[in-house]
Design a protein around this ligand. Structure first.
Ligand code: ZN
Length: 437
């Protein structure tokens, strides 16, 4: 195991706006001012490797986006830099756990000219921002910020060019530079949409609805709602894995069931099934059940996971099912295979994976138990029939770990950002690590 070293010894609260340079003692983490749940796989990517450096965004004090950059050749961290203000964190008591929203943690991506883009601050927007025609209000405001200079995290400006009603914001950048911003357009009872930019994020199209929320005809108290995770597929395509949320106004519960998959052809922004049959958007619950279903879990819980494609373009994905167990599925070319249970699993298990060949897949997963936790590899070499545990990259007897999605364009030297949650209690500040192989 080799954990990146850092140079931060000053208290977290002093790091709000300054850039720390020079080296002090070496510790395993690169920042200690992560706040609440600083990273998650849903808001992604939150780290990208670019020109020999890894840029990382996470949620810091008052839920504001913090950015650090690691120069791999120089083995030197710069940051954290506070890159903006998150309206969700402007609360009277940042130490009240109920006051930490966590929905507006930042996603990060680098455009074709090297500018660094952040999207953060949204939990569906407040009514004062105007009428939300695609959903219901939540809180905060989706904010798009960009670095003032390429490959430089020290100064940021807000670009007022995306809907303020977003949450769970996710960037996908295509090989030709086109930038897609996917998000849920409000609180639970809202459409999932995208806005597309063909000029490195300087302007975006109007939101296009992909997944439709609507009142159910069999129970007006209940709306169809969704959780979705978008990623670049093979060539000029984007894939999405998603789950259904039965959103009750009275008697609300967090129920999420069923797994779904579909694909966007970015050449003409048309959607299709895994078999390549055309789809009409926005997709409703009934339409999704008929055309895009991966797994019908009945009443068993099914939370979103990540999805990626192999060299033949076939999707592999996972959902967190039952008590939170990671279960893997893959498209064989003619049918969905799975689920296959990767590890014993636990509530809140999460991770991401990379595909080395259609039958060789490696997951980086959290594991927990008895107050401690770890993040480590699990690998299949037979298409998911069997899994073997590999190296542990980080572990603790008293802390568990939250993880982001894999570092964009990362490799052995920069795989995943994790934050450490001390299970013995304490405050809401977290150490944040960048894991390499
Ligand atoms: Zn709901």
């Amino acid at each position: 195991m080799r954990i990146m070293t850092c140079n931060l010894l000053v208290p977290a609260m002093l790091l709000l706006t300054c850039v720390i340079s020079g080296r002090a003692a070496e510790v395993g983490y690169f920042a200690n001012n992560g706040f609440g749940n600083p990273v998650a796989s849903l808001q992604h990517p939150s780290a990208e490797h670019y020109n020999g450096k890894t840029y990382v965004a996470y949620q810091g004090p008052q839920e504001d986006p913090q950015v650090c950059v690691y120069d791999h050749a120089a083995q030197q961290w710069t940051g954290p830099v506070k890159a903006g203000e998150n309206p969700l964190g402007r609360k009277p008591s940042p130490r009240d756990p109920d006051a930490i929203d966590n929905h507006g943690r930042p996603a990060l991506i680098i455009d074709g000219e090297g500018f660094i883009h952040l999207i953060f601050g949204g939990h569906g927007g407040v009514p004062e921002l105007g009428e939300n025609t695609l959903g219901t209000p939540g809180g905060g405001k989706q904010i798009h910020a960009v670095s003032r200079r390429p490959e430089d995290i020290t100064e940021w400006e807000v670009l007022d060019n995306v809907s303020p009603f977003g949450t769970y914001s996710q960037f996908v950048r295509m090989d030709d530079g086109d930038l897609y911003l996917f998000y849920r357009h409000g609180s639970h009872r809202s459409d999932w949409v995208y806005q597309k930019s063909v000029d490195n994020g300087r302007t975006f199209s109007e939101p296009v609805s992909v997944l439709k929320h609507k009142q159910r005809t069999d129970d007006p108290n209940v709306h169809d709602a969704w959780y979705a995770w978008f990623e670049k597929g093979k060539g000029d395509t984007i894939t999405v894995g998603y789950v259904y949320h039965r959103c009750a106004i009275e008697g609300h519960a967090k129920d999420r069931v069923n797994g779904y998959f579909m694909r966007l052809d970015c050449a003409d922004d048309s959607w299709e099934t895994v078999q390549g049959e055309p789809l009409q958007i926005p997709v409703t619950k009934e339409y999704a059940d008929a055309h895009t279903l991966v797994c019908d879990t009945g009443t068993e819980q099914c939370n979103h996971g990540t999805n990626r494609v192999d060299s033949e373009g076939n999707p592999h994905l996972f959902f967190r099912q039952g008590s939170g167990q990671v279960r893997y599925y893959r498209w064989s070319g003619t049918a969905w295979q799975g689920p296959s249970v990767i590890s014993p699993g636990h509530k809140g298990q999460d991770g991401d994976f990379l595909i080395e060949s259609p039958s060789v897949v490696r997951f980086l997963l959290t594991q927990g138990g008895d107050g401690g936790g770890e993040v480590g590899w699990w690998e299949t070499t037979d298409g998911g029939r069997t899994w073997e545990q590999g190296a542990r990259l980080i572990s603790s007897p008293t802390a568990t770990f939250d993880v982001d999605a894999l570092v964009r364009n990362g490799g052995p030297q920069a795989r995943m950002v994790v934050s450490e949650i001390d299970e013995r209690g304490g405050d809401f500040y977290r150490k944040v690590y960048l894991l390499s192989d």
